[in-house]
Design a protein around this ligand. Structure first.
Ligand code: FO1
Length: 295
């Protein structure tokens, strides 16, 4: 079964890890969170997906590398460098290598392929686009770029989310969706991780023509991780529920997977969607695929 997953952030990466064990998977990853920091190009969602697939991700926080050391970060901090975004020594190797290859003129998709190969990741990982497509968030104090909003300012109230820059999808993105037997929208933040992908040229149309299952990122009115639950009332004008996420996707989605006890218009599959280790992820992934086949 050829499956395409649309993913961003920690929750998305965990389901992708399960799907990669259960099917022939291509993951299209949000790059709206990408930014330049310490003179390096940082691609948090690509790294979170790659590290998770490689079994390297910090299991607690989801992003960054397990057993990380912070010698470089501490020295930069001591010298008065920017310390609001924590970059560990092992993680830095990825940012240095990616930035070097990008400066040599390699496209982000090729850089990602090389990094995945080096990490032993065999599942295909595609950035949603080659160029910069930053997500910005409108707050009480004006528009902020994504990491400033999320990390530096700890996600103040968001009133609008926008993607800037060229909406050209990376080569292979639309084709992967068009040739997939199933598209899975991972339990990522619909506003800042999924809409950025759906807004690219030809992607919403291709997803609309495919068989699509989405997994709820809201469980019992709360986000498993991140600011989604606080965003929904402002952006959707309704309480943070799985049904609010289902409504956001509208007729793009054919089936919705949500936590036991949560509710949304059908067709739905109730599952335990909190993922701990790899066995949870694979179990949920298999249930999602089996559900997708019934649609
Ligand atoms: N999130 C934080 O809240 N604080 C950090 O210092 C931080 C550093 C960081 C470094 C590398 C990386 O790949 C992700 C990092 N994140 C950090 C998470 C990141 O902001 C989010 O995971 C995504 O951008 C949201 O999906």
């Amino acid at each position: 079964m050829k499956v395409v997953a649309l993913a961003g952030g920690v929750g998305g990466a965990r389901l992708v890890d399960g799907l990669a064990q259960a099917c022939e998977l291509t993951t299209i990853v949000n790059t709206g969170d990408d930014f330049d920091h310490w003179g390096l190009r940082i691609c948090p969602d690509l790294d979170t997906v790659m590290y998770t697939l490689a079994g390297l991700a910090n299991p607690k926080q989801g992003w960054g590398i397990q057993d990380e050391t912070w010698g470089t970060f501490e020295r930069v901090q001591a010298m008065g460098g920017e310390d609001w975004f924590r970059l560990g020594d092992r993680d830095l190797a990825t940012h240095l290598t990616r930035t070097h290859w990008l400066r040599q003129g390699l496209p982000l998709s090729e850089v990602t392929r090389r990094l995945c190969k080096a990490l032993g990741v065999t599942s295909r990982v595609l950035p949603m686009c080659e160029g910069a497509r930053p997500t910005t968030v409108r707050t009480e104090t004006g528009w902020l770029d994504f990491q400033t909003w999320l990390v530096r300012q700890r996600a103040p109230q968001a009133w609008e989310v926008r993607s800037e820059g060229d909406p050209e999808p990376a080569v292979g993105v639309v084709d992967a969706i068009e040739t997939a037997d199933l598209v899975v929208i991972a339990p990522s933040n619909p506003y800042v991780s999924v809409d950025s992908m759906l807004g690219l040229g030809g992607v919403r149309r291709a997803v609309g023509a495919a068989r699509v299952v989405a997994v709820s990122p809201i469980v019992g009115g709360r986000a498993v991780k991140g600011p989604l639950a606080e965003m929904i009332p402002n952006l959707a004008g309704r309480p943070a529920t799985a049904a609010a996420v289902r409504a956001h996707y509208g007729d793009l989605v054919d089936g919705f997977v949500l936590q036991h006890g949560d509710d949304a218009p059908g067709p739905v599959l109730h599952e335990e969607i909190i993922m701990g280790g790899r066995e949870d992820r694979t179990r949920l992934a298999r249930a999602v695929l089996a559900f997708g086949e019934t649609l």
